[in-house]
Design a protein. Sequence first.
Length: 482
Amino acid sequence: MNRMSRLALLLLAPLCLLLPIAVSAQAPRPMKQSAVALVEKQRADLIRLSEEIWGFAEVGLEETQSAEVLARYAESKGFTVQRGVAGISTAFVASYGSGRPIIGIMGEFDALPGISQKAVPTREALHAGEAGHGCGHNLFGAASLGAAVAIKEMIAAGTLKGTVRFYGTPAEESVGGKIYMIREGLFKDVDVALAWHPDDKTTVDNLGAQAIVQFMVEFHGRTAHAAADPWNARSASDAAEAFTHGINLLREHVRPTVRMHYTVERAGDVPNVVPDYARVHTWVRDSRRPGVDTVFARVREIARGAALIAGVEQTVTVQTGSSDMIILDRGLKLLHDNLSWIGAPTYTEAEQTFARTLQANTGQLQVGMRAELAPLAPILPDPPGGSTDVGDVSYVVPTLHFYGATAPFGVPWHAWPVVASSGMSIGHKGMMMAANTLAATAVDVFADEALRMALRAEFAEKTKGVTYHWLIPDGPPVVKRD
Ligand SMILES: [Zn+2]
């Protein structure tokens, strides 16, 4: 929806209230128009929040300021905020209302290391070597909270009944904060959870996400002078080499949907000292969790074999792992209807030039912004490459998820072009589209009990016989750095 039609809609909204309520399986349109008006009222605040978080650019578990500005905004709007939940100082839940239904809206706010960038379409670091919002999570958190605030106003006015919660979910890019929040039981009474994600296009999430396990393989050997008495040494770096070689041999014998990647984080310091310690950070993904479990079992054996070859000890430590996504057809239809109703933003010539310059600078076709809604398509049997801890939430509560265009079509993700567009009006427009869609969808879910029951029934059907188990170590999350 462009600015003019939105303006017309806001002017017409009071008239609509006088009209008979349309027969619909979802909430009457005027209620959703009110929700959109309440989001639009916050436009300046949401842009400010997203810009502050963009500027902080804090990585997972260190998003202190980012979490705080969101939590404070929620408090200023009348929410009760529980900070530092699930043993994570930057995780929080903001809640308003009482009783059922309980609708949760998730927001992320962590940045990615090393991709600092100014909000300009050519490569130029804001603070060289530092973090940047290359996944648009500054927009993610602000949009989701804006939608939660709109719903809160409607509960306060007596238009909707129940509880709205904003889940401030940290460290999506590293340990998966949502998984810790699930383990803490924070989602267990939620009727429906909503989330979106920034993207280079607008579509409901019929794609899903890959299941993943992230683990550290460590080798401990015995050091010695590499020239004087190497026969006394047992090289941890030899074991790391054998391990990565083993993985690369395995690569031919896994299903095409499997992804395995690693970085050798430590393997000695200087050539004349045989390293007694090596560490390989390894990730394994597949379309579904059982596929990951099968490959992970083989990779564990490879680590054992590599240690035998080099005569060293080995340990494999799971750090985290997220689930694939349970997608609900009824949820896709609902999101698609609302995205279609809200409509794609329109862009100025300056914004299109910004987009085309980013595309030119990254070797992409210069097609500008592609924010129009993709047609509703069936759920894919195998997701494209990528994982998210929203997948875990989708295993414990019916979860609705979509993508909103916040960056030019085709530009590399987790990279500087996304940092650039997340810090300017292209990102802001996508954020507002997402906030409006979340708010409209939440109104439907609040107001229509039959819809909630349909979502829950499909969720029950799709999780029948499946026991969800989290893949995180005991205790609070720790990121290994040295
Ligand atoms: Zn992301």
